[in-house]
Design a protein around this ligand. Sequence first.
Ligand SMILES: Nc1ncnc2c1ncn2[C@@H]1O[C@H](COP(=O)(O)OP(=O)(O)OP(=O)(O)O)[C@@H](O)[C@H]1O
Ligand SMILES: [Mg+2]
Length: 412
Amino acid sequence: MNEKVPKGRTKNASRHEEEKESNEMKIRTCPVFKRLSLSDISDPSSPMSVMDDLSNSFTSQKLRVFTLSELRVITHNFSRSNMLGEGGFGPVYKGFIDDKVKPGLEAQPVAVKALDLHGHQGHREWLAEIIFLGQLSNENLVKLIGFCCEEEQRVLVYEYMPRGSLENQLFRRNSVAMAWGIRMKIALGAARGLAFLHEAEKPVIYRDFKTSNILLDSNYNARLSDFGLAKDGPEGEHTHVTTRVMGTQGYAAPEYIMTGHLTTMNDVYSFGVVLLELITGKRSMDSTRARKEQSLVEWVRPMLRDQRKLGRIIDPRLECQYKTEAAQTAVALALKCLSQNPKYRPTMCEVVKVLESIQEVETRERNGNKEANKFFDTKKCRHYRKGKRHVNIAYSDSLLYKDSKTKQSNGI
Ligand SMILES: Nc1ncnc2c1ncn2[C@@H]1O[C@H](COP(=O)(O)OP(=O)(O)OP(=O)(O)O)[C@@H](O)[C@H]1O
Ligand SMILES: [Mg+2]
């Protein structure tokens, strides 16, 4: 039988190209698993329906469904002594899971977040968390292990983050001040988390970026938690999503508060606020401060433009143990993220690049100079030394530079 060979092709070449075409067809016809949205869930009130729908999703993690009685065992009956904290959703308890609780479960500590039935949040926030965290997986997002839905009760089970939230680490009274290097490492990790969300095939706007939603592992790797307010970004021709204004005072972008128009640039503004909190060691809103100083952004913004005022802005507890150039770059970055006009804000990918460059410079400096003292700018710090109480800084060479392996895993 004569094989039809198109003009200009040899028989072998033709077979090869046919194979290639057929492979391409296979790829093209392979079902595309799209990330599901809240509106795609057929029966949102049923955990089984949620699981069924999620199991068809490409990146779906293996979420586990827990019963309330299993969670009671895990948390010692939701005892107060196991409580890690409490937010708008409800109390969070520490627990421990292993394969005695459920076959196949890896032994590990967990954080169990239970809905406060008298609170403002409910099924919608619980479901949003499952829909987003059940499908998105990245080293800078907290891992959701499973959930529980029994009658009115809604519970979420996460991996346990040993250093808790950035809010607790940065602002807890009588705590040891966090070193500059650790602060920048956390900023970079959190920025990577946001960049991952914004750059996803179907972008996600996080909408609740703040220090209490940045959780820390034992090496200060940052992971974003709380997707209850997250939203799918605009699709197609649309430039924004219109929503009811929600979020936390002190972090939301001005144009979002004014119009309800949601874009990824709103998250960039919130990132600028958190970066400013890391730089200054001050909360974004504090009603105990003098009236003019209550909003950190409004108070500090005029000073951000003046490099001579750097010393006044940066957290005095750091006792000048940071590189001036690095601090200047971080301050300039915060200022850009906080631009009133969202057009002038950088994308999160650009933010990541700047923070990576800060880390590279600092790593080079440190590697060339192991003595922490040379990191200390004595001229800059004259006024701190005069009669100021010495503040301990959580700047531990052993923590950040134990050996070359740790150095790599810390990303520093
Ligand atoms: N996975 C986790 N590992 C360790 N601790 C956690 C974990 N999740 C939450 N926590 C602790 O529980 C506290 C409460 O968290 P939650 O997210 O419920 O509220 P919040 O962030 O403080 O407030 P909001 O409701 O405004 O988000 C956190 O500050 C943190 O200390
Ligand atoms: Mg939270």
